[in-house]
Design a protein around this ligand. Structure first.
Ligand code: SF4
Length: 440
């Protein structure tokens, strides 16, 4: 984050939890506050205002934030003028419980209230300030989010969700779907390319439901691919039911749109998919996987899986493992079901014990490791163009980058391997999570 603009500017420290949408929202919040004359602080101890941008998707995420608020309350006791605020999905989801349990809070703002943050912070000097109204028209389209550096940037193209899956709080905390104007999105992507960004990730809660007048998500991908300077385009997270032929064709035919799709399945049991209100059956999902694999050569598929949804029995769970074996995902994010207040599934209950959920989660993780390792082993000897991102986490003079399929490539540094360049990389050995080799 840039340094404060004047010695008198009040400084804001912002901490982000949860998904990539929240990371992108935090960049919007930063822009709003910088435009209002605030500076930024890199440590809570140096800040006049501390904001936590939160996630409500699972109980565990909320517990982490409450614990963090407890730590920050000490700072506030030592410096009573410090303002402490909660932003994001948790602020929207649980505001009354939070206000009761966290008396240190001065400010609570939901995801559609960030434009008013300077005003809310001012107001919080007198009284606690709360704004959690959902606004069907708020898209922040006119606010170019601050880019935090690096070769990749995230661009929010739509907000909210209309699907109301039984387990999910998103439609309640982020409101209904609204898509941003494609012209302003292209302006933002051009500006990012001019700052040296090479890869754009289009974001939305159900990103492939994007529609603005005649422009659907397939057309938006093609428009983004026309922007000079942008080499790679990805998107997350799509819903399987919105994966139209227009989108599949755009990925298949536009070389800049990368062959990588996240297709959240959640369960391999038709009974569970119906209880979750996911809107597709296993057969329909597998037919989609087949269409995608026929159309897009070398495509990588990843997914989300929930274990232990209310009513899931051993047969349902075995069906999920079967589906994982059938599809052969390159990676999977798996979670134990966490009951969320206000969702439709809240009334159903939580019939699967924590012990069973834990054992099922371990089984999913173990199977996915096996599948990913097998898929990666088949790539030994292949050459991929790798976009170089910088030093590898493991250090030791190694560099890291991504293949078109978003697999991590690790290789010894070389003089011509500058950040943001794309060079051919040969796979020599693999783990379930990365490819090791050398620049070819
Ligand atoms: S599609 Fe379902 S799981 Fe995804 S954000 Fe919408 S309601 Fe939640």
């Amino acid at each position: 984050m840039p340094e404060p603009q004047s010695p008198r500017a009040r400084r804001v420290y912002l901490e982000t939890y949860g998904c990539q949408m929240n990371v992108a929202d935090s960049q919007t919040v930063t822009t709003v506050l910088l435009n209002a004359g605030y500076g930024t602080a890199s440590r809570p101890e140096d800040a006049d205002v501390i904001l936590l941008n939160t996630c409500a998707i699972r109980d565990h995420a909320e517990e982490r934030v409450l614990k963090r608020l407890g730590d920050l309350a000490h700072l506030k006791r030592a410096r009573p003028k410090l303002k402490l605020g909660l932003l994001g999905c948790m602020a929207q989801h649980n505001r009354s419980a939070i206000l009761q349990n966290a008396s240190c809070l001065d400010l609570v703002a939901g995801p559609d209230s960030y434009r008013r943050l300077p005003e809310l912070i001012e107001h919080a000097s007198f009284d606690p300030a709360i704004d959690v109204r959902l606004d069907r028209s708020e898209t922040y389209a006119d606010i170019s989010a601050a880019h935090s550096g690096g070769v990749r940037a995230y661009v929010t193209v739509m907000r909210g969700c209309d699907r109301f899956c039984a387990f999910c709080v998103v439609p309640y905390v982020r409101g209904r779907e609204r898509s941003l104007n494609p012209q302003s999105l292209m302006r933002e992507i051009r500006a990012l390319a001019a700052q040296g960004v090479r890869e754009i990730v289009l974001l939305g809660q159900t990103v492939n439901a994007y529609r603005h007048c005649e422009i659907d998500f397939g057309s938006l991908l093609r428009m983004a691919a026309q922007v000079d300077g942008v080499e790679r385009i990805r998107f997350t997270s799509p819903h399987p039911s919105d994966m139209s032929d227009s989108i599949i064709e755009a990925i298949a035919s536009e070389p800049k749109v990368m062959p990588q799709i996240h297709l959240p399945v959640q369960s391999g049991s038709d009974r569970m998919l119906a209880a979750m209100d996911r809107g597709y059956t296993v057969a329909e999902y597998l037919a989609l996987v087949d269409r995608v694999r026929r159309a897009i050569s070398g495509v990588a598929l990843s997914t989300d899986i929930i274990v232990g949804f209310h009513g899931e029995d051993d047969r349902d769970f075995e069906a999920t493992l079967d589906l994982m074996r059938t599809v052969g995902y390159d990676s999977a994010f798996s979670f134990k079901y966490s009951v969320r207040e206000h969702t439709r599934a809240f009334k159903l209950g939580d019939s699967v014990s924590e012990t069973v959920k834990g054992a099922r989660l371990q089984a999913v993780i173990a199977l996915q490791e096996e599948i990913a390792l097998r898929r990666n082993r088949a790539l030994v000897g292949d050459v991929f163009p790798v976009l170089i991102e910088g030093p590898a986490r493991r250090g030791g003079g190694m560099m890291a980058g991504k293949t078109p399929q978003f697999k991590t490539a690790i290789f010894p540094a070389r003089e011509d391997a500058a950040l943001g360049t794309t060079l051919p990389f040969r796979v020599e050995s693999v783990t379930a999570h990365s490819l090791m080799g050398s620049l070819a």
